[in-house]
Design a protein around this ligand. Structure first.
Ligand code: HUE
Length: 100
């Protein structure tokens, strides 16, 4: 049987523009430019936490960010990577979605 080849338009990858304080954090972690995908933002935030050693070496899922710009943005002293809700709240406030 001839199946109909469904030709949906290619999905545009969602791009975001971080607001300045978040952009500074991403650039500290090596990000270039001002427009990213959310996946890239997460990658650079992970790099930032790793390189600034904001995680607890004994409990590596705990991030201690008081006294760091990341903590100011998140509005918390620490968080667990297992409960990323403060992170998503911060991203909602600090990422501007680009509509194509
Ligand atoms: C699954 C993922 C994640 C991603 C998003 C969320 Cl909302 C939760 C969790 N994740 C799991 N552990 C981490 C993590 C833990 C400690 C230090 C750095 C990163 C991450 C995070 C990544 C990441 O891109 N992760 C890639 C592989 N990571 C493994 C952990 N590695 C470190 C583990 C501790 C020792 C140093 C390496 C770094 C590479 N990006 C993040 C950004 C933030 Cl704001 C918070 C956490 C992460």
């Amino acid at each position: 049987t001839s199946g109909s080849a469904c030709r949906s338009s290619p999905r545009q990858i969602k791009q975001v523009r971080p607001k300045l304080p978040l952009l500074k954090i991403l650039q500290a972690a090596g990000a270039q430019g001002e427009i990213f995908t959310v996946t890239q933002v997460m990658h650079f935030l992970g790099q930032y936490i790793t390189m600034k050693q904001l995680y607890d070496p004994r409990e590596q899922h705990m991030v201690y960010c008081s006294g760091d710009l990341l903590g100011e943005l998140l509005g918390c002293q620490s968080f667990s990577v297992k409960d990323p809700s403060p992170l998503y709240a911060m991203l909602r406030k600090n990422l501007v979605a680009l509509t194509t």
